[in-house]
Every structure is written in structure tokens, then in C-alpha cells.
Design a protein around this ligand. Structure first.
Ligand code: UD1
Ligand code: MG
Length: 452
């Protein structure tokens, strides 16, 4: 029974005017991932192989964002209500026969477990025709209300605008998430009218139609935190904070030490090993994987980076996309790394930029080393061999290779390859004048005393 195919219909045709944004509301990111994608990932995890997003304005933005996921798009030209929106998915799902889960694009935290629970409830022995996800929020605001008995059998669903005072006092609210067989869904949606306070085609009316047919409709209750809707920037920030709080708790539960959890910001896909210590004020962008026994010291920004076992990062380090730190390597304060590999045990501890570079194992990159990787038109590679020593304040002008065990003298501007084992010094010969400064000071002081 549980093997029924699952399709999702995600409603996202609303204007989202309260965001005051040119970006479609459902594309605003939470933890670096558009909120719509959080929902799509949960739906995929729940086994919804087919997914149709219903969009209106800014359709092209949503289309571009979901294209790589193989999600289908349906268009609702006019926003006539949630039932009308769901019906727009009919053509896309014409060849689909199974269970449809209808949900809202601005409710990103719905979990796969809850989706499956709702599906299972629809398939239960008492054969309900519609299963609705309900919740009891602290403030029931203007949510639609569900009037149900203690076993979750629904007697009525009513929108706030249409509800009596008595119905408004009910605390069980409609999340909008609804499970129904597609063979039931389309005929039910086609029967929904718009004779109500809003003049809209209400999705919850399919429940009323099922009940009128003498069928059963049921509610499954879930945690309100899962159903927070995002309509404004303030709610977006609140959603971010809820997501981060959960992720921090998970990181600690899995064996990472966060000294000040509230100051660490994860991305949706951050991977962290065991016995990792993350000091205060660290921000992760997308694409970061950290192995075991890594220390991230305070005030770092890390994006698109892989960090192997035993590395030390920071404080005040910026690791940009394409950074790979191999085992036990270190980067320290005011070091920026982009598209570069640091070999095992290599060190760049102070004031350095490494871009488009490969640094060999155990190489030492002195303070103030800069890879000059860009000529204003193109980017070039710097390759540094194993055990090489780059003296402080060196400019490595790419494309350039520094051989293994080579030493680059401090202050060098290296524009030609350095052979294995070579010493390269690129700076002016030193002028040495013993006593010159003493003589200069004596002469000048005398001059000043004599008033020129
Ligand atoms: C809806 C429910 C309400 C529920 C609440 C939960 C209806 C009639 N009401 O109310 O019972 O408590 O959600 O948050 O379903 N949309 C379209 N096309 C439309 C209208 C809406 O795609 O024509 C989309 C919106 O983009 C949004 C979702 O449907 O993602 C819900 O629409 P919204 O206007 O927010 O409905 P509510 O009034 O909040
Ligand atoms: Mg809403």
C-alpha cells in the first residue's frame, strides 16, 4: 500500500509583495539555499519523483532556478485562489496516477517524515479521501481553521474570513499541505466554487466536497516550527535563525565543539567531521566539507572549501571556492585562499593571498606572500613544490613554478620559474655605508643649530 507513487504540487504563484523584492519570494535563500529548494529536497527525500511548481509572475526566475532539478513548471496567469492554482498542475501530471501532496513554496521546513506520515494516513484502512496537515500555533492569526474530532476526523474547514467567532476560537489550523489521490484531486478541484468572503477558489474546499460526498477527510497534526511561512524579510530572518539553531544543535550532537554556537553560521550543505572545534564568529557559505580533528579559529569566512583531517584555520581567514587543504595544513590570520590546493603539512600563516595555486606538501609560505594571478584579463597558475620556502613579502608573478625544496628570498618578485633546490633572490644588491647615518645626523643637527 505504501508503494503508491508520489507527486508534489508546490504553489508559488502569489505575488509575495511583502518581501518588497525583485527576486521571487520562494527564491530568497535560507542557509544559502533558496527556500523553495529546501522544500523540494524534502519532497525528493520523501520519494516525490514528480514535482510541479505553480508560478505566476516572475515565472522565468523560478524556472531557471529549478531547471537543474528536473522540476516541472505550471503557470497560473491570474491568482484566483489555492484550488485554482493546484488545478494548473493537471496538464503536467496528466500521465501520473498516484498520490499528490500539495504544499506552499514559502513553507520551506516541511520534513520528509511528515510528508510520509500524511501519505500513510491517506492510505490507512479507514480510507480517507483527503488528508490535511494541521498545526496548533501559538498565535492562530488568520490561518484557516480545522474543525475535527479527537480522532482527527474533519467536520469542517473554514477560512478565517468566513469563520464565525466560535470557529475562530478553534486553535487547530490548516497548514495548506494536503494529500489526495490524483484520481480524486482533479474532479474535486474542478467542482470548487468561489462563493466566499474572498471570492477565491479555496483548496480546503475539496475537503468540504469530499465530506458532502459522504467520504472521510482527516487531519494529521505536526510541529508548528515545521510550518513557518515566510512572507517578509523579518520572517525570512526568523526562519534563518530557526534553521541555524537546529543545525548548530545537530553539529554538536554529532561531535563538533562550538564554543559560541549562536555566532557560527552554517550553509545548507556544510559537512563537519568529529572532534572539530569551531571558535566564535565563523561563517560558512555553500560547499564546505570539514574532516575530523580540524580547528577553525575565530572570525573566518569559508566557502566552497574542503578541509582534511587535522588542519588549522584562522583566526581571520577567508577561504574562497576551490580551496583544498590537505591533511594537517594550516592557514592563519589575514590569509585569503581561492582555487588553490595546500599540500599536506603546508603552512601559510600570515597575511597572504594564494589564488589559482598549488602548494606542495610541507611548503612554507612566508608572511605577506602574494600570488599575482591576474593581469587584468586572464588568470594564471602558480605551482609551488614540496618543502619549498617562500620568504616573506614575496610576489609570485603567475604563471610561475617554484621547484621542490627551493628557497625564494624575502622580498622577491619572481616572474620566472625557480628550479628544484634553487635559491632565488630578486631584489637590488644591498648598498652598505658604515657610519653614514651618524655623519648625516651630525651634519644636519649642526646646520639646524646654526639656523641654516
Ligand atoms: C492558505 C489557506 C489557509 C491556511 C494558510 C496556511 C486557502 C484558501 N487558505 O491561506 O487555510 O491556513 O494558507 O498558510 O488555501 N497561491 C497561488 N495562487 C493563488 C493563491 C495562492 O499559487 O491563486 C499560493 C501562494 O503563492 C502561497 C500559497 O498558495 O504559496 C498560499 O497562498 P496564500 O495567499 O498565502 O494563502 P493564505 O491566505 O495564507
Ligand atoms: Mg499565506
Amino acid at each position: 500500500m505504501g508503494e503508491q507513487a508520489l507527486a508534489a504540487i508546490i504553489l508559488a504563484a502569489g505575488q509575495g509583495t511583502r518581501m518588497k523584492s525583485d527576486l521571487h519570494k520562494v527564491l530568497h535563500p535560507v542557509a544559502g539555499l533558496p527556500m523553495l529548494h529546501h522544500l523540494l529536497e524534502s519532497l525528493t527525500a520523501a520519494g516525490a519523483a514528480r514535482q510541479v511548481v505553480v508560478v505566476g509572475a516572475r515565472r522565468e526566475q523560478v524556472e531557471a532556478s529549478v531547471a537543474p532539478r528536473g522540476v516541472e513548471i505550471a503557470h497560473q496567469a491570474e491568482q484566483l485562489g489555492t484550488a485554482h492554482a493546484a488545478l494548473q498542475a493537471k496538464a503536467a501530471l496528466a500521465d501520473f496516477d498516484g498520490i499528490a501532496i500539495i504544499c506552499f513554496g514559502d513553507t520551506p521546513f516541511l520534513t520528509p517524515e511528515t510528508i510520509l506520515k500524511l501519505k500513510e494516513r491517506l492510505l490507512a484502512g479507514d480510507a480517507p479521501r483527503v488528508a490535511v496537515l494541521g498545526f496548533v500555533p501559538e498565535d492562530a492569526k488568520a490561518y484557516g481553521r480545522i474543525i475535527a474530532d479527537d480522532s482527527g476526523n474533519i467536520a469542517k474547514m473554514v477560512e478565517f474570513k468566513d469563520a464565525s467567532a466560535e470557529e475562530r476560537a478553534v486553535r487547530l489550523c490548516n497548514s495548506g499541505v494536503t494529500a489526495v489521490r490524483t484520481s480524486d484531486l482533479w474532479p474535486l478541484l474542478e467542482r470548487v466554487g468561489n462563493d466566499n468572503a474572498a471570492g477565491e477558489y479555496y483548496l480546503p474546499d475539496i475537503v468540504m466536497l469530499a465530506l458532502a460526498d459522504g467520504d472521510r477527510a482527516v487531519v494529521v497534526e505536526t510541529d508548528p516550527d515545521e510550518l513557518i511561512g515566510i512572507n517578509s524579510r523579518a520572517e525570512l530572518a526568523e526562519a534563518e535563525s530557526i534553521w541555524q539553531a537546529r543545525r548548530r544543535a545537530q553539529a554538536m550532537a554529532e561531535g563538533a565543539t562550538l564554543i559560541a554556537p549562536d555566532t557560527v553560521w552554517f550553509a545548507h550543505d556544510t559537512v563537519i567531521g568529529r572532534d572539530v572545534v569551531i571558535q566564535p564568529n565563523v561563517v560558512f557559505g555553500p560547499g564546505v566539507t570539514i574532516a575530523d580533528n580540524v580547528v577553525i579559529r575565530a572570525f573566518c569566512e569559508i566557502v566552497g572549501t574542503t578541509i582534511a583531517d587535522g588542519c588549522i584555520v584562522g583566526p581571520f581567514t577567508r577561504l574562497r571556492p576551490g580551496t583544498e587543504m590537505q591533511q594537517g595544513s594550516r592557514v592563519g590570520n589575514f590569509v585569503e585562499v581561492k582555487n588553490a590546493v595546500l599540500g599536506a603539512g603546508a603552512k601559510a600563516n600570515h597575511l597572504t593571498y594564494l589564488g589559482d595555486a598549488t602548494v606542495g606538501a610541507n611548503a612554507n609560505i612566508g608572511a605577506g606572500t602574494i600570488t599575482c594571478n591576474y593581469d587584468g584579463y586572464f588568470k594564471y597558475q602558480t605551482v609551488i613544490g614540496d618543502n619549498a620556502f617562500i620568504g616573506s613579502n614575496s610576489a609570485l608573478i603567475a604563471p610561475v613554478k617554484i621547484g621542490r625544496d627551493a628557497i625564494v628570498a624575502a622580498g622577491s618578485a619572481v616572474s620566472r620559474d625557480v628550479a628544484d633546490g634553487e635559491l632565488r633572490m630578486v631584489r637590488a644588491e644591498q648598498l652598505v655605508k658604515p657610519g653614514w647615518a651618524d655623519r648625516f645626523h651630525d651634519a644636519m643637527r649642526k646646520k639646524k643649530r646654526e639656523g641654516k
